[in-house]
Ligand binder design. Structure first.
Ligand code: HEM
Length: 117
């Protein structure tokens, strides 16, 4: 079971890479006002959701006690990220403040995950 859990932590990290990578890659473009939610960002966020749910289920099945408040917070923040990206996914150019908000929320989730022990 440990191997499976660690595998999905790896998948979880790949999701972060796609979501945050799409954000960082476009930081310069955001400064020039020509930014969009790249498809990889939506896919990354979906990977986070699916792997996060699987990690929660696997840890529960393994009787590992999770911090449900922390998981709930990460879930709520991710749902906000997903909603924004999904609604704006076809727009060639999005408001840079909205783009910045998605980056900020992603960072909030990363630091919630690693600092709330
Ligand atoms: C953008 C959204 C998310 C980010 C950036 C994120 C980040 C992370 C990171 C860095 C880890 C590994 C570090 C650690 O174990 O503490 C982790 C683990 C985990 N994540 Fe996420 N996560 C996100 C969304 C979610 C969601 C939506 C769920 C549940 C539905 C979830 C459930 C879990 C679980 C169960 C673990 C392993 C156990 C734990 O340490 O809490 N994550 N996450």
């Amino acid at each position: 079971m440990d191997l499976l859990i660690n595998f999905f932590v790896g998948v979880h990290v790949i999701g972060i890479a796609a979501l945050l990578g799409g954000f960082i890659y476009q930081l310069k473009a955001a400064g020039q006002g020509t930014v969009r939610f790249a498809p990889g960002m939506l896919h990354g966020a979906l990977v986070m959701l699916v792997s996060g749910l699987l990690l929660t289920a696997l840890n529960n099945a393994d009787d590992v006690e999770l911090n449900n408040t922390k998981i709930g917070l990460k879930m709520a923040v991710l749902l906000a990220i997903l909603t924004i990206i999904f609604v704006k996914r076809s727009e060639e150019q999005v408001d840079k403040r909205l783009f910045g908000l998605v980056g900020l929320l992603t960072l909030v989730n990363i630091f919630t995950a690693v600092l709330w022990t």
